[in-house]
Write a protein that binds this ligand. Structure first.
Ligand code: F6P
Length: 549
């Protein structure tokens, strides 16, 4: 029993039923499931917004799906969902509401936190962002010397970097190509160096993105960026025209020296990894323009509304979350691959890593007791065709079960030349061929029938039975990007709800931050830092010697 009176997840009858069902299905192959149901290829599909979701190539039957939905009902996933959308403080360890969905709520919506409707403030900031973005894009907002802003550099890390950096890449063909937009996150000085070395400070705008405005990497890079600017322009007053801040912390922004008139606000009920549709998206908005940004928000909202209202049988985030639970908890899968067949989605999986792994990388349940079941998977992947020539071998024939999402588009982006558009069918032929090979494999008989010598038959046999979800859309638009991100946000939510963990804190990141601060004087001054273990002490000494200190 949980401290909150709930039966522990792995002791519920729904869990036990799934474990038993898993054993019953142990010898079932996807080939059998397709043979038994000729309509499976169309029947096991769902639509949400512009997304077509095929889950037929999963190791599930109607019974599996029914049992998984019962687990979701027993763990009250929809109850927690409603609490989230209403602004209840479901982030229990930080006593905060979780309201990224309010960032894309319509102007006339009413969503209250502590008795106050947060929607007007959301739209006030969006309007200010739009105004600022238009001024930068039109050249009305100039640098200190009167030169037009041609370069925008976002300085942030984690949720204050990955979202806008990913979305900028995804929507590159919608961006103003006259603007250079770069993202600096690493405290390794090389990152800022490479981002600024060929730029004119007089034409460069820095956007300092930090929810807390205390993150050492970001503040260090922002301080160096200010020095770089002032070394060229030589006037403190230049900061006001070349630095803006995105933050929840006006006091720290002012302390850093940025006028709070140049600050775009968000709120503590927006988690860092759920924040790129807030003020944190300003760099993206400057790149693609306010209208496209709002189209993206509309896309988020389509999936929010679906998640909030669709019945369990047709609810896509619920389904995807439960499928992950099926593999992680009942097939012992350790990881989940996300494999986009779009060059523009090259940073998509890196973004999802934070979304998923920082949210659900937890081992303590909401009641404070250790979990006795697996939680979040290792999320990984890169664009698919490149992956095919690198790590797909292991997915096809290795010893590990790796469920994967394949994301593809029917149309190449409009900007490509006709010659390059013609390559799209080849790209997508690979997309479809891979999920087919993963699901159905190639039997020893099929290999033999090709005349393969007996000693090579086992090597050339593909077991198949590797589960995949296919997500297909007509084209990659701002709205479709919003739909995809909201889909994954809610999938992660569903899993956290079933596992009974707090998906919205990230205490695990704190220890490293504290220790880094403690170790730094040992590196710089050779200070004798109390409590350093023997290994770290020796490493610090080796480092100092190598640096000639
Ligand atoms: O990595 C930990 C973390 O707190 C993330 O959750 C967050 O996105 C990131 O640091 C950056 O934080 P901030 O926006 O406050 O600088």
């Amino acid at each position: 029993m949980n401290a909150d009176g709930r039966t522990r997840l792995n002791q519920t009858p729904e869990w036990t039923a799934l474990a038993k069902h898993r054993e019953e299905l142990a010898d079932t192959h996807l080939r059998d499931l397709f043979a038994a149901d000729p309509a499976r290829g169309t029947g096991y599909t769902l639509r949400v917004g512009d997304l077509y979701i095929d889950y037929s190539k999963h190791l599930v039957t109607d019974e599996t799906l029914r049992l998984l939905r019962e687990l979701a009902a027993a763990t009250d996933v929809f109850g927690l969902r409603d609490a989230m959308f209403c602004g209840e403080k479901i982030n229990v360890t930080e006593n905060r509401a979780v309201l990224h969905t309010a960032l894309r709520a319509p102007r006339d919506a009413v969503i209250e936190v502590d008795g106050e409707n947060v929607v007007p403030a959301v739209h006030a900031v969006l309007d200010r962002m739009s105004d600022f973005a238009d001024r930068v894009r039109s050249g009305e907002w100039t640098g200190h010397t009167g030169k037009r802003i041609k370069n925008v550099i976002n300085i942030g890390i984690g949720g204050s970097d990955l979202g806008p950096a990913m979305a900028y890449e995804v929507l590159r063909s919608f961006t103003d190509r006259a603007l250079t937009v770069r993202f600096v996150s690493n405290v390794d000085g090389a990152d800022l160096h490479e981002a600024t070395r060929d730029l004119d400070p007089a034409e460069t705008l820095f956007i300092i993105a930090s929810k807390t405005f205390t993150t050492i990497e970001t503040i260090t890079n922002a301080t160096s960026a200010r020095q770089w600017l002032l070394a060229a322009l030589g006037d403190e007053a230049a900061v006001a025209k070349h630095f803006v801040a995105l933050s929840t912390n006006a006091e720290k922004v002012a302390e850093f020296g940025i006028d709070t008139a140049n600050m775009f606000e968000f709120w503590d009920w927006v988690g860092g990894r759920y924040s790129y549709d807030s003020a944190i998206g300003l760099s993206l908005m400057i790149a693609i323009g306010p209208d496209r940004f709002r189209e993206m928000l509309d896309g988020f909202r389509i999936v929010d509304d679906h998640f909030r209202t669709a019945p369990a049988e047709a609810n896509v985030p619920l389904l995807l979350g439960l499928l992950g639970i099926w593999y992680g908890n009942f097939h012992d899968a350790q990881s989940h691959a996300v494999l986009p067949y779009s060059h523009y989605l090259s940073k998509f999986t890196a973004y999802l890593q934070q979304l998923d792994m920082e949210s659900n990388g937890k081992s303590v349940a909401r009641d404070g007791r250790p979990v006795e079941w697996q939680t979040g998977p290792v999320v990984w992947g890169t664009p698919g065709t490149n992956g095919q020539h690198a790590y797909y071998q292991l997915i096809h024939q290795g010893t590990k079960l790796i469920p994967a999402d394949f994301i593809g588009f029917a149309e190449p982006v409009a900007e490509l030349s006709e010659e390059l558009k013609a390559q799209h069918d080849l790209l997508m032929a690979n997309f479809f061929a891979q999920t087919q090979a993963l699901a159905f494999g190639k039997t020893a008989e099929e290999v033999r029938a090709e005349g393969v010598p007996e000693e090579l038959v086992a090597h050339k046999t593909f077991q198949g039975n590797r589960p995949t979800t296919t997500i297909l859309a007509r084209e990659l638009t701002p709205s479709v990007l919003g739909q995809l991100i909201a889909l994954y946000e809610h999938k992660v939510f569903v899993q956290g709800a079933v596992w009974n963990i707090d998906s919205f804190d990230q205490w695990g990141v704190e220890l490293g931050k504290v220790l880094a601060k403690r170790v730094e004087p040992a590196l710089t001054e050779g200070a004798d830092v109390p409590g350093l273990d023997a290994s770290t002490k020796a490493l610090v000494a080796a480092y100092r010697e190598l640096r000639g200190r």
